[in-house]
Design a protein around this ligand. Structure first.
Ligand code: MN
Ligand code: MN
Length: 459
C-alpha cells in the first residue's frame, strides 16, 4: 500500500502532456465561473467534436445510431452528453457525473442601496462558505439580467485587466478589538457581505445621488434599470484568472475547482471517446452545493427524461427499457476530495487521506459521522474499477474526507444510486476547498482525465 508521487513515473513527454492539459484547464477555469458559462463553453466545444443538440434531432425526427453523439441542456445550467454505443442502452450506460456550480455570493433581488454616500449591493451567499474569506479581495460580477421583454443581458464585469473590480470591506485591525474576539463563524455577518460598487454622487440629485449615478451607468452600459435586478441571476466571484501555483508550477490556484476540475476532466475524456460499446454519458449538473435541488440539480427528473428521449430516438424506448438502462449503468460520481494539508494534520487520518500528486482519488463512501448521507459503493464495483484503472496505468488513490468525527460531506452519488446502479465517488484532491481560491495539482488533474477515459473504455 505504498503511496507513489505521480511525478516520479512521468518521462519528459508525459510531463509536457501534464503541463499542456493543465494549461487548457487553467484557461477553462479562468473563463467559466458560473454554471451557465460552463454549459455555454462546453456545448460549443462538444459541437466542434460532432455532438448535436437533442432538440434538433427531435425536431427533425431523426434516428440515433451507434456512434452518434448528442447533448441536452437544461435551462442553460445543466448538460447531459450521450455517445451512442453499439450495445442496446438497456444493458446500461457508462456515466461520468460532476457538478458545475461553485460556492459564491449571489446578488439579492433588491440589492442596490446607498449608505453614507456609498452605493452597495446586498448579497446572499450560496453554498458552504467561510464568510471571513470573502472580504477584502477583488470580486467580479457574472450572470444574466432578464428584462420584462425577455431580453437577456449577459454581465461579465471585473475579469478584463482594464475592468474595474468590486469587493467587500473588512475592519482594520486597529478597530477590530470586538471582532477579533468572535468565533470564525461570527467574524463576518452574512448580512454584512455587501459589495461596494460606487462613490460618486450624480450632480443635481438630492436623494440617493450615488445610487442614482450607478443606475445611470447600468442604464448606459447594459440598458437595465433598477427593477431588472428582480429578474436577474448575478453571482459575485473572485476576480481574475486562475494561476500556476508553486515555484515549480505544479499546481493551479483558481476559483471553482470544486467541482469544475472533475467536470472539465470528465468532459474532455468524453470528447476523446471513440466508438463505444456501452453508451457513454457525461452529466454535469447545477445546485450540488445547495443540496442538488431544483430543476437543474441532480434530484431533477431531467436526466431520466433525456435517457427516455435518447432511447426513443434510437428506437429502443419502453418504460421498462429506461428503468433497465438506468439500473444497469455504472457511474463515476466525481467531486473534489480534501488533499492532506501539512498545515492541518489534526483533521486527517494519514492512512486514509488523499495526497496531492497521488492521482485520481476514490471515496468508497463520504457522509458525516456514521457515514450519514453517504453512497457506500460495493466492493464488487470497486474491484472492477481497480482492474480497469490498473490495466490503463492510471495513478489513483483512496481516501476518506478527514477523520471520522471531524465532519464530512456529500455529493450527487446517492441520488443516482437510487436507480439501483453502481456508483462510486471519486475526484481530484484539492486544498482550500470552498475558499475563493482553491488549489489542485496538475498531475492529479491529468490522471483524473486519464482515469475517466479508461473508465469509459473499460467498464
Ligand atoms: Mn463539490
Ligand atoms: Mn463543494
Amino acid at each position: 500500500m505504498e503511496r507513489k508521487n505521480v511525478w516520479l513515473k512521468y518521462d519528459e513527454a508525459e510531463k509536457k502532456a501534464v503541463y499542456d492539459f493543465g494549461e487548457e484547464y487553467r484557461i477553462f477555469l479562468s473563463e467559466c465561473k458560473t454554471e451557465r458559462e460552463c454549459v455555454t463553453r462546453m456545448r460549443a466545444q462538444a459541437e466542434e467534436k460532432g455532438y448535436e443538440d437533442l432538440e434538433k434531432i427531435l425536431a427533425e425526427g431523426r434516428t440515433l445510431r451507434p456512434g452518434d453523439k448528442v447533448y441536452a441542456c437544461c435551462m442553460g445550467k445543466m448538460i447531459a452528453m450521450f455517445h451512442m454505443g453499439t450495445e442496446p442502452m438497456e444493458k446500461g450506460m457508462a456515466i461520468l457525473g460532476a457538478h458545475i456550480d461553485s460556492p459564491r455570493l449571489d446578488i439579492k433581488q433588491i440589492p442596490l442601496y446607498e449608505d453614507t454616500e456609498m452605493a452597495l449591493l446586498d448579497t446572499h451567499y450560496y453554498g458552504g462558505v467561510k464568510k471571513y474569506q470573502w472580504v477584502a479581495l477583488p470580486l467580479a460580477l457574472h450572470g444574466v439580467v432578464v428584462k420584462k421583454n425577455g431580453q437577456k443581458v449577459e454581465i461579465n464585469l471585473g475579469e478584463a485587466p482594464t475592468d474595474p473590480v468590486v469587493g467587500i470591506s473588512d475592519l482594520l485591525p486597529h478597530l477590530a478589538h470586538d471582532q477579533m474576539a468572535k468565533n470564525a463563524e461570527k467574524v463576518i455577518d452574512g448580512e454584512n457581505l455587501n459589495i461596494l460598487v460606487g462613490s460618486i454622487p450624480l450632480a443635481g440629485e438630492e436623494k440617493e445621488p450615488v445610487k442614482k449615478y450607478i443606475l445611470k451607468l447600468l442604464e448606459e452600459k447594459y440598458g437595465i434599470e433598477e427593477a431588472d435586478f428582480i429578474s436577474a441571476e448575478l453571482e459575485a466571484v473572485p476576480a481574475g484568472p486562475a494561476r500556476d501555483y508553486g515555484l515549480d508550477s505544479s499546481m493551479i490556484l483558481g476559483y471553482g475547482h470544486d467541482d469544475r476540475v472533475c467536470a472539465y476532466t470528465s468532459f474532455r475524456a468524453m470528447l476523446d471517446m471513440e466508438a463505444p460499446k456501452r453508451t457513454c454519458v457525461c452529466l454535469l449538473v447545477d445546485k450540488e452545493e445547495i443540496g442538488s435541488v431544483g430543476a437543474t440539480g441532480m434530484h431533477s427528473k431531467f436526466f431520466e427524461n433525456m435517457v427516455a428521449e435518447v432511447m426513443n430516438c434510437a428506437g429502443q424506448y419502453s418504460e421498462l427499457g429506461v428503468r433497465r438502462a438506468l439500473q444497469h449503468s455504472k457511474m463515476l460520481s466525481s467531486d473534489v476530495s480534501a488533499a492532506y494539508d501539512p498545515n492541518y494534520p489534526e483533521v486527517m487520518e494519514k492512512n486514509n487521506a488523499a495526497y496531492m500528486s497521488n492521482g485520481l482519488c476514490f471515496n468508497k463512501y463520504t457522509g458525516s459521522r456514521g457515514k450519514s448521507g453517504s453512497n457506500d459503493a460495493n466492493p464488487e464495483y470497486m474491484a472492477e474499477i481497480r482492474q480497469v484503472l490498473d490495466e490503463a496505468g492510471v495513478a489513483w488513490q483512496t481516501s476518506e474526507l478527514g477523520k471520522v468525527d471531524q465532519g464530512g460531506g456529500g455529493t450527487i452519488a446517492y441520488i443516482m444510486a437510487n436507480y439501483g446502479m453502481e456508483v462510486i465517488d471519486c475526484g481530484v484532491a484539492v486544498q482550500n476547498m470552498h475558499a475563493p481560491w482553491e488549489v489542485a495539482g496538475k498531475a492529479d488533474v491529468y490522471e483524473a482525465y486519464r482515469g475517466y477515459g479508461a473508465f469509459l473504455k473499460g467498464i
